[in-house]
Write a protein that binds this ligand. Structure first.
Ligand code: COA
Ligand code: AMP
Length: 640
């Protein structure tokens, strides 16, 4: 580790970052290559929002590719594509990936794409998805990747909001052994959207090629082969690199903005101090490019660091069995492995003894990083048995930040882990616990997790074209603080325990969804008078959504039939990945005297034997009614 860049201890480093953020991040910014290094480190813009490195000029694609070629690493492996669902493996060196990206960027430019314009990428886990992202970055265009499991209406709402020039997609995705018709979804979303796009660029896949309707629909490979290589466009540090939509309480997805400069500085820093993975090592994040973990740790951070990244098109199980992850780790000499606890729970369910692990030697593996949801103690314990020689490290973060807020900084100074805690705040994140009334709380007392402003580089400067919503959702709770939406506490040594969302957001298999959005869809069914969606415990996915539904008077439908109709409705409107499958008909919902549905009480009833009636409830007898309904349908604690 570079002596000058870092202090010897985590505590000193953290203190420096909090006492003088501008000096601290000014120094860290020197670790990346700028076209014009920033002199102005931290500013507030005319809207009162913080910005990092305002006068710095750079290009994100340059840092990911060109920089390594110039440094003589062109023949190193940049990307390995491993697809058990298509039986394909392919490796790209930095030179090969650069060649494809520069040509594809040239083709996009020739098609009229300009700096600052948006491109939606709706693709499965194939190298072309990474090529498309990097090509946008090369041109200074703004990509917005939409996860393939979202339905056309969700894609349409993002098209309407981001107003892209192009959509880049594939003819199909492959989910284990099922072919998903991406083209049909994209075509439908384009008709539903209020914004007209200029073209759909399609990577044809042999499992289900599409008949393209020229000139709107264009072939990805033809563009790639005819495109002329183009150099990197200079962008300002504060220019947006991407928009990533995520769920919030409002029911409408929010467009998280990531800028170029802060993102590059923070991700490079994270590879040094949090992920401790060096240039030339293999970093595998088993996630999807549609989520923030995929953006940061499949695409950008490993490439910034000169690591080899893996694009894995498969699942932890069923492709073909629970050995999938162990095989990839051993075969590609993975040093650092990153995934969500849900993936390990899926493996543990099918192979609790770890017999499949014994067949593959993970001799290269140093670290297992876990994020997306809390690393629950049973999964942590199981992991320590399966991987006795590796360090297992939880890290807490959000789409909003783009990198960890709380982690064990093993690249700097490793601390003994405490089960259930992601360890300490990362330098730059002044993490505090606050009551609902805005009072800072002492150690061991649970409350809202807030972060004192300014947030460090990479964190969202605002929401896409919506400063007012940004302020309302994140900043209005307490002056000078960012509201994370998570609850938790710090113990006497400062370890942070993140215990779950405090709002109406649920976490399904490490994916974040808004119960409000699901309720909106369910409420649109003709027999539904009102409904409440809550997250109930699931052994593999952590949480899954469940709807309690009150029928309109005179409705004639069985609970079973309604459940099927609502399942199909949520699937076709929001997407299969929401994993909505359960609806229970009840006579009424627990409410406060002012008519607000007590969703937290509903969740508590599904999790605890005894739930005291909250003082605000309009009729305490309803608690028993709901208990009876849960017990009839074997929900939560009533499973056995
Ligand atoms: N395109 C189209 N459909 C998709 C999709 C995609 N990219 N990803 C998921 N889906 C569909 C699945 O086919 C499935 O449909 P089905 O109901 O018809 O079977 C549904 O969405 C749910 O998918 P998934 O969440 O993958 O659940 P699963 O039951 O198939 O697998 C796990 C469960 C735990 C194995 C899986 O969720 C997993 O691997 N999770 C990893 C977590 C992760 O990557 N988190 C990211 C944050 S780090
Ligand atoms: P997303 O924005 O989709 O990455 O989801 C972020 C949310 O996932 C956070 O607000 C948390 O609720 C949850 N989360 C992610 N990582 C962790 C973690 N390590 N511990 C606890 N919760 C986590």
């Amino acid at each position: 580790m570079n002596e000058e860049r870092f202090a010897k201890s985590y505590r000193k480093e953290y203190e420096n970052s909090i006492n003088d953020p501008a000096a601290y991040w000014g120094k860290q910014a020197q670790a990346i290559t700028w076209f014009k290094p920033p002199e102005v480190i931290l500013t507030k813009n005319d809207k009162g929002l913080y910005r990092w490195f305002a006068d710095g000029v750079l290009n994100t694609c340059y840092l990911a590719l060109d920089h390594h070629i110039e440094a003589g690493r062109g023949d190193n492996r940049a990307l390995i594509y491993d697809s058990p669902v298509t039986q394909t493996k392919k490796t790209y060196t930095f030179t090969e990936l650069h060649d494809a990206v520069a040509r594809f960027a040239g083709a996009l430019h020739a098609e009229g794409l300009k700096k600052g314009e948006r491109v939606i990428i709706y693709m499965p886990m194939i190298p072309e998805a990474v090529i498309a992202m990097l090509a946008c970055a090369r041109l200074g265009a703004v990509h917005s990747v939409v996860f393939g499991g979202f339905a056309p209406q969700e894609l349409a709402s993002r098209i309407t909001h981001a107003k892209p020039r192009f959509i880049i997609t594939a003819s199909c995705g492959i989910e284990v052994n099922k072919v998903v018709d991406y083209m049909a979804m994209v075509r439908m979303s384009v008709t539903l959207a209020e914004h007209r796009i200029s073209g759909i660029i399609v990577k044809q896949r042999e499992e289900a090629p599409a008949t393209l309707n020229e000139p709107l629909e264009k072939d990805f490979n033809s563009l790639l082969s005819t495109g002329e290589k183009i150099a990197c466009t200079e962008v300002k540090a504060t220019d947006p690199l991407y928009i990533l939509y995520t769920s919030g309480t409002t029911g409408k997805p929010k467009g998280i903005v990531r800028d170029n400069g802060g993102h590059a500085v923070a991700l490079k820093y994270s590879m040094d101090v949090i992920y401790d993975t060096k240039c030339g090592e293999v970093f595998w994040a088993a996630s999807d490019i549609g989520w923030v973990v995929g953006h940061s740790y499949i695409v950008y951070a490993p490439l910034f660091q000169g690591c080899t990244t893996i694009v894995y098109e498969g699942k932890p199980v069923r492709t073909p069995d629970p050995s999938a992850f162990y095989r990839v780790i051993a075969e590609h000499n993975v040093t650092s492995f990153f995934t969500a606890p849900t993936a390990f729970r899926a493996i543990k369910k099918e192979d609790p003894e770890g017999n499949y692990a014994k067949k593959h030697h993970a001799s290269s593996l140093k670290y297992i990083f876990s994020a997306g949801e809390r690393l629950d103690p049973p999964t942590y314990k199981w992991l320590t048995e399966i991987f006795p020689k590796q360090k297992i490290i939880d890290n807490w973060w959000q789409t909003e930040t783009g990198w960890p807020i709380v982690a064990n900084l093993i690249g700097l100074e490793s601390y003994p882990p405490k089960i259930g805690s992601a360890t300490f705040p990362v330098p730059g994140f002044n993490v505090q616990i606050m009551s609902d009334e805005g009072e800072l709380l002492p150690q061991d007392v649970s409350g809202n997790i807030v972060i004192k402003l300014p947030l460090p580089p990479s964190c969202l400067p605002t929401l896409w074209e919506d400063d007012a919503l940004f302020k309302k959702v994140y900043l209005d709770f307490a002056e000078g603080y960012y509201l994370s939406g998570d609850g938790g506490y710090k113990d006497e040594e400062g370890y942070v325990f993140v215990m779950g969302r405090t709002d109406d957001v649920i976490n399904v298999a490490g994916h974040r969804f808004s119960t409000g959005e699901i309720e909106e869809v369910i409420g649109s069914h003709q027999v539904v008078a009102e409904c409440a969606v809550i997250g109930i415990i699931d052994a593999v996915k952590g949480t899954i959504p469940l709807a309690l539904v009150v029928l309109k008077d005179g409705s004639v439908i069985t609970e079973d039939a309604l459940e099927k109709e609502l399942t199909a409705l949520v699937r076709s409107t929001l997407g299969a990945v929401i994993a909505f499958k359960q609806a229970i008909v009840v006579k009424r919902l627990p409410k406060t005297r002012s008519g607000k549905i007590l969703r937290k009480t509903l969740r508590l009833i599904s999790e605890h034997e005894k739930v005291p009636a909250p003082p605000t409830i309009d009729d305490p007898a309803i608690i028993d009614e709901i208990r009876t309904a849960f017990s009839r349908r074997k929900v939560g604690i009533f499973v056995s």
